[in-house]
Design a protein around this ligand. Structure first.
Ligand SMILES: [Zn+2]
Length: 411
């Protein structure tokens, strides 16, 4: 069965589609755009002067198969300049310096948010150098403001580059009510002044539409927003919060495992092989066998049981449909629990949570996130599973006669 798929690029006619390779589609297109601007004098010219060599551009995949567009750019001769220089036409949907279409570059940039260059490189089969080249090309590029409508939510995300390069680039994006993201700019560094200068330069009509800004927990970003966009609420993405507290839990597990390596007999320790992945997962996502292994770890290192439960409870708070005020109460109660239990591993996170409480709890107002990590559709399903997961864990612990520990934890 055949279905028509729009290529989403302007001013072209499809000449042929080559599906002969298993790797993907090669689509040859012809520009229907007439004329260009002379590269020397800038005047519009339309005296056709043949085609230049064919170029190949990577475009958005179709059914996960890569698509390449081939085009022979048109050339035009200038009747005004001396010696009649020729200029090659560039269509609006690609950049003459790039091996990708603009739509494809946007999709790569979006994918880089909350990911790493290495991950995206591997996933897309593109060299890391090419991805860095893409980021560099987008740095300081002019924003076509008239094409960008209202910006209800602004996203400020960073991408850590490889060591030895500039540390970070910052991606500023506009996110609409459907969660669709449009990249506004790639900034060369994460200095407050860099971010603030960009935000201050947003045209006034669009500035007025900005209601919230979703940022990473870094004062350079929040202060840039507070100073350049007064009145805009700053939200810390729950993804960044989760990364932080999950890191704390992981660190505790590593420390306990090191201690167990010294104290447990070798064959007992060997039974904990692979428990790192098990510990990182939600209870409900584990197989029966993995659950048994995790409970075995808890029996050797009871503190990890508390760490694990508190980590999951925190995730549960973010999944609950709370108001901002309710969230603040629950998050503070969580802090009290951690302190009562004396769980040192969360100390650094508690400090962060207290410092950013306002911005973190702002998440509960609209439940917006700048990343793609959470699909809204899945949310309700996930909440159900998480709750089930925790009760199921408690039930198993009870079955194992560890009720005393549970009482101690007051669940
Ligand atoms: Zn000219």
């Amino acid at each position: 069965m055949l279905i028509p798929i729009p290529l989403d690029i302007a001013d072209v006619k499809v000449e042929k589609i080559d599906r002969s390779t298993e790797q993907g589609f090669v689509i040859t297109v012809i520009s229907e755009l007439k004329g260009t601007e002379c590269k020397r004098c800038g005047k519009p010219i339309d005296k056709f002067y043949g085609y230049s060599g064919e170029i190949t551009l990577r475009h958005l995949s179709i059914f996960e198969k890569p698509v390449w567009l081939k085009i022979k750019p048109k050339r035009y001769q200038c009747p005004y300049c001396d010696n009649g220089p020729t200029t090659t036409q560039t269509c609006s949907w690609y950049d003459s310096k790039s091996p990708h279409t603009k739509a494809y570059e946007q999709s790569l940039l979006r994918e880089l948010i909350n990911s790493t260059i290495t991950d995206v490189s591997m996933k897309r089969g593109i060299g890391e150098a090419a991805i860095e080249g893409l980021l560099n090309r987008h740095i300081n590029q002019q924003v076509e403001w008239p094409k960008i409508g209202a910006i209800p939510l602004l996203g400020i995300d960073e991408i850590a580059l490889k060591k030895g390069h500039k540390d970070f680039v910052v991606i500023v994006s506009a996110i609409n009510a459907r969660g669709e993201k449009q990249i506004l700019a790639v900034l060369p560094d994460r200095k407050k002044d860099t971010v603030k200068a960009f935000l201050a330069a947003i045209p006034t009509p669009q500035k007025k539409t900005i209601q919230r800004a979703c940022v990473d927990m870094y004062e350079g970003y929040s202060n840039a927003v507070y100073e350049a966009l007064p009145g805009v609420a700053v939200i810390v993405d729950r993804f960044h919060v989760a990364k932080n507290y999950r890191g704390c839990a992981d660190k505790a597990r590593r420390q306990e495992m090191q201690a167990l390596k010294k104290t447990l007999p070798d064959e007992k320790y060997a039974e904990l092989k692979g428990v790192m992945w098990v510990f990182r997962k939600r209870w409900a996502d584990l197989t029966e066998e993995q659950q048994v292994q995790l409970l075995m770890l808890f029996s050797y290192a009871p503190v990890l049981q508390q760490v694990y439960i508190l980590r999951e409870v925190l995730t549960g708070i973010f999944n609950k449909p709370l108001t901002k005020a309710q969230a603040v109460i629950e998050l503070n109660a969580w802090i009290v629990r951690v302190q009562e239990l004396g769980l040192k591993c969360f100390d650094a996170f508690v400090g962060t949570l207290q410092k950013w409480m306002d911005e973190i709890s702002n998440y509960f107002i609209q439940r917006q996130s700048s990343g793609f990590v959470e699909g809204l559709n899945n949310k309700i399903k996930v909440i159900k599973r998480r709750c089930y997961g925790i009760y199921d864990l408690i039930r198993k612990i009870l079955q194992l006669g560890e009720a005393n520990k549970l009482n101690e934890a007051r669940w």
